[in-house]
Design a protein around this ligand. Sequence first.
Ligand code: GDP
Length: 497
Amino acid sequence: PAAGGGDTIFALSSAPGRCGVAVIRASGPGSRGALQSLTGTPKVPPPRVLALRRIRDPDTAETLDRGLVVWFPGPRSFTGEDCAELHVHGGPAVVSGVLRALGRLPGLRPAEPGEFTLRAFRRGKLDLTAAEGLRDLIGAETEAQRRQALRQMEGDLGRLYQRWSHSLTQALAHLEAYIDFSEDDNVEEEVLSRGEVLLSPRRVPSGMPSPPGVTSGCVPAVGVTVRALEREIRGHLRDGRRGELLRGGVRAVIAGPPNVGKSSLLNLLCRRPAAIVSPAAGTTRDVLEVALDIGGYPLVLSDTAGLRQATDPVEREGVTRARHRLCQADLVLAVLDATSVPPTPGALRAALAALDAPPDTPCVLVLNKADLLGGHRGSLSAACARGPPEPPATLLSCKTGEGLESLLELLMQQLARLCGDPLLGSPSLTQSRHSRHLGACAAALARFGRGDSGDGRDLAVAAELLRLARRELGRITGHVGAEDVLDIIFRDFCVGK
Ligand code: GDP
């Protein structure tokens, strides 16, 4: 997208297509003039107050529609520039008439995807993490996704990274002050070999100002700060991809032997015949995928070919794909025929082990065809309720729907565990872009901690490592060197046409 310059951009900001109300937005120095031209009067409504106006074609003075207009003088607007909004009736001819009229005004041009948000970023209205949060909010399909995106858009993640960046700035200031004050001392060797730089007011020569943040009686230890920060960043990186799982959906795979009811389960869960249900074994040969909302959590569920020794080459390919999917799954729904599972202790674990699912992947065991169970229904149901070390399990009948509630409950528990509560604790990491920079940041801090400063033990190199670490944080929020990622981040924004 072009840099936010002197031109004025406009776009349909609501979804394209027939609708009750459509919102057309303009941003830039020409917004006021555009509003005046289209309302046919030099009088602009008071800032941020909706006003009902006739909207006219400036060339012919023909009324295009009657709608609400708002005037947002900068900097108190979404982009920080002068902005105007027209809320018109959402008929395609109304919208295209207004857009055409705007396009004929001098200095106005249609916006590129994401350009309004890009301008807001350039004017410091939001940082990159907030812009990504806004994009995720527009894309959010479940409650938990919305909560996480809203939190990020409101700046929680950005503030966390800013706080880290701030501690690094402080540590760096201490270190630089130390370098200045100790130029003649031969202390560098000792300082770095302990991997820790201690600064105390006692060491500041009299008459010199204290380094920033150094108050009497406190001994700020740069090494300690840096180590604590590295630990915190690594903890954030290790959060089990919760934020990313929630953002992209938890990938769950239905696995099990042929003919146990895997396709029936998929159908039951998505309440539509998305999968072929057939009494002949080996009919599901490809991988089917549906996106579901389970209690506010996003689940991307795939049905796979039954895991068995296949002779037919097409089915064999299906089994290979199923195994591949299974390895990538975040969650496995293991389906078995309940009548084939003995109600003996450890039987559930044994049945699961026989499926050969990746051992570290969370799993829910579904004992299907419960309607066919005879005498040992009670003991099997007790086995399901037993809990660890038995896997989470439930009886189900895809035929009668019995057990669906408890399956959904089990699934929700697993999803809540995998995704976490997006409103609790520190905000989650949501983008691989962030983990890359955080990884590089933590690596620089680790090198600092080891006193591993490349060519010899040099305080100047140690300071450079802190600067490097801070730069990586700045790239996430866009405070430094963001140009190369702007296109990637902003092109995914929708723009009305
Ligand atoms: P898949 O091969 O594992 O995907 O199994 P399908 O979903 O194709 O089902 C295989 C057969 O089992 C079909 O005839 C289904 O109608 C039947 N079936 C599925 N679930 C149940 C159930 O809960 N009870 C009974 N009695 N039959 C079921």
